[in-house]
Design a protein around this ligand. Structure first.
Ligand code: ZN
Length: 374
């Protein structure tokens, strides 16, 4: 019988329409193992092709990974076979022996053998196929059908993610994206996001940018722009560390510091900027503004020219508060942080260097040439 639960395309070398069942089970286990290691579908397909010489379709892998199908159960066995199976079990319950049962079934037109009936009666097999074995691998990932339970809990990591997304980040549907040129910023973001989501997060390169992208329903709902400050409040204002983390990532994307000692934070969302100002005050950092800057043409640090389509608002950190800012908030982006430190040193401010950001193996830099953890 041709099994329907795994469409296998012909490989490059030989035409294989249906795989031997044992091989399919082996590949199924390998797919779950690779997936649990954080590999994407494309790389799983590549690895399977290298090891088994067979190309498995993305949809098959998706079915396996989501636990919708396995190579073990037969979902719709032939109706006749099921009838014979039920009749056999009923007769066995009445006390008939296997030989008698086989004879009865054959007389009724079911072509079954004695060994099959013995297996059925002993529970070794059924028309539905055997139970999947206990595998030394994690269960398939929960998905839309079996949603993962995730509740957002206030933490500095979550606050950092929020500040970054409301700054440079974007939300489309459930997809959250941060695209920036500074690797230290994107890496820190990816690390914090992976802590919040409790799963690895990927960072890829795209035309000189580093891009971190992931999906999360609760997070994307919270972070869609314009910012819904009332909803953010209970996470951001949880404690001083959370507030500082929120401002740090927001400033990583939306702030600039120049040698004259001007630290400005800007955004097109006036309400959001007013909120940042309140948070700064809570951390004993004085600021002025917001000031409006009308739409115009601007040039970034690489010399690229942009047309600003919206009015931009900005606030300035007062110079007297720069040291407090550097100690309590600071920048993840070393380029900005170093500038600030240099300024403070020149001013002979006593400056205590905060610990460097902790980076971990939670995210993966991937490119077409393979992947490397950082
Ligand atoms: Zn907190």
């Amino acid at each position: 019988m041709a099994r329907s639960e795994g469409v296998i395309e012909p490989s490059r070398r030989g035409r294989v329409r249906f795989l031997p069942h044992g091989l399919r089970k082996e590949m199924y286990e390998e797919v779950l193992r690779l997936y649990s290691q954080g590999l994407g579908y494309t790389r799983i397909i590549r690895k399977l092709r290298a090891r088994f010489g067979v190309t498995v379709s993305r949809s098959t892998i998706s079915y396996w990974v989501r636990g919708v199908r396995t190579p073990y159960y037969v979902r719709r066995p032939p109706a006749e076979r099921v009838e014979a199976y039920r009749a056999a079990l009923a007769m066995h319950a009445e006390g008939l022996g296997c030989k008698m049962i086989t004879r009865e079934l054959r007389r009724d037109g079911y072509p079954v053998g004695l060994s099959t009936v013995k297996d059925w009666v002993a529970g070794r097999s059924s028309p539905y196929g055997p139970e999947p074995p206990e595998l030394p691998i994690p269960p398939p990932r929960p998905t839309m059908n079996r949603p993962r339970i995730m509740e957002l809990v206030p933490s500095p990591e979550l606050a950092y993610v929020m500040g970054a997304v409301l700054g440079d980040g974007s939300v489309f549907s459930t997809k959250i994206t941060l695209k920036a040129k500074d690797i230290d910023f994107v890496a820190e973001f990816a690390h914090n996001l992976s802590v919040v989501l409790q799963r690895p997060v990927k960072v890829s390169r795209y035309r000189g940018f580093y891009v971190c992208q992931s999906r999360s329903k609760p997070l994307s709902g919270l972070l869609r722009k314009p910012a819904k400050i009332d909803k953010l409040r209970k996470y951001v204002e949880h404690c001083e560390r959370c507030m500082a983390a929120f401002i740090r990532s927001f400033a990583d994307s939306e702030a600039s510091f120049d040698a004259g000692g001007w630290l400005q934070i800007f955004n097109t969302d006036l309400q959001l900027l007013l909120y940042v100002k309140i948070l700064l005050a809570k951390l004993s950092i004085d600021s002025t503004g917001p000031y409006r800057r009308p739409r115009d043409v601007l040039v970034d640090r690489t010399g690229k020219v942009y047309l600003r389509r919206k009015d931009v608002y900005r606030i300035y950190i007062r110079r007297a508060s720069l040291q407090q800012y550097a100690v309590v908030v600071g920048f993840t982006i070393r380029r900005k942080q170093r500038k600030l430190e240099r300024y403070l040193r020149r001013r002979k401010c006593r400056y205590r260097q905060p610990p460097p950001p902790q980076l971990s193996y939670h995210y993966i830099i991937s490119s077409r040439y393979g992947a490397a953890g950082i």
